[in-house]
Ligand binder design. Structure first.
Ligand SMILES: N[C@@H](CCC(=O)N[C@@H](CS)C(=O)NCC(=O)O)C(=O)O
Length: 212
């Protein structure tokens, strides 16, 4: 079995960092420096023509899109470990949250950031679009908060890769200074999800070197 994981620090690949760490599956990591254009090299574009991380190559087959990667790794390595449901309706429940994170929640976060953050030139930002995007982000947080009523994790009593995947999007919001404390159940769930050995290991590995 060979599994190679193409990643970059502080990128969408953080989702897969968490998923792979939870699974504990042997793999080779290739860490890109996106500023140096590592993801635009021809040999990588042959694997992922989008030139984006995360990308995994499992036994010679390249898989891109973080949502597809979580679902694929979940069904391939996660079922026996209790981190992903077996085929059937409960798996559909898991897939729904993973797809929702990227397509609905993540889309709203991206839209909000690209209309508010300093790294986007001011002439490309639009205050009205930002306001609508913020409303969409807040609506998504409300949906998560309601879902977590009476259950510690998104699929029920046990932690699963769904929590790692969706939780990564909350981390993304957190890095940009957005505080989810108003959504009490979400904030408590984030604490539970982040208090796991795999999360601590990923955070330690990604920490910037200490300033001297
Ligand atoms: N929809 C993709 C998004 C991946 C993505 O946008 N990755 C960015 C980093 S956050 C990237 O690799 N950019 C490469 C570049 O800008 O050269 C996913 O979910 O995997």
């Amino acid at each position: 079995m060979s599994l190679t994981f193409y990643r970059a620090p502080m990128s969408t690949a953080s989702v897969t960092d968490r998923v792979i760490a939870e699974l504990g599956v042997p793999h080779e990591k290739v860490t890109f420096d996106l500023k140096k254009g590592d993801s635009r090299r021809p040999e990588f574009l042959a694997l992922n023509p989008n030139g984006r991380v995360p990308t995994v190559v499992h036994d010679g087959v390249a898989i891109f899109e973080s949502s597809a990667i979580t679902m694929y790794l979940g069904e391939t390595f996660g079922v026996e470990k209790g981190l992903w449901p077996a085929a059937g309706p409960r798996r559909g429940d898991a897939m729904k949250w993973v797809a929702w994170s990227n397509v609905t929640f993540g889309e709203a976060i991206g839209r909000w950031m690209s209309n508010t953050k300093d790294w986007v030139p001011v002439e490309e930002r639009n205050a009205r679009v930002a306001e609508r995007a913020l409303g969409d982000v807040e609506r998504c947080l409300g949906i998560l908060d309601k879902e977590l009523e009476g259950r510690p994790y998104l699929l029920g009593a046990e932690f699963s890769l769904v929590d790692a995947h969706v939780g990564s999007f909350i981390d993304w919001l957190g890095f940009s200074g957005f505080d989810v404390a108003r959504w009490r159940r979400v904030a408590d769930w984030v604490k539970r999800c982040n208090d796991r050995p795999a999360y601590h290991a990923v955070s330690a590995a990604n920490a910037p070197p200490a300033k001297r």
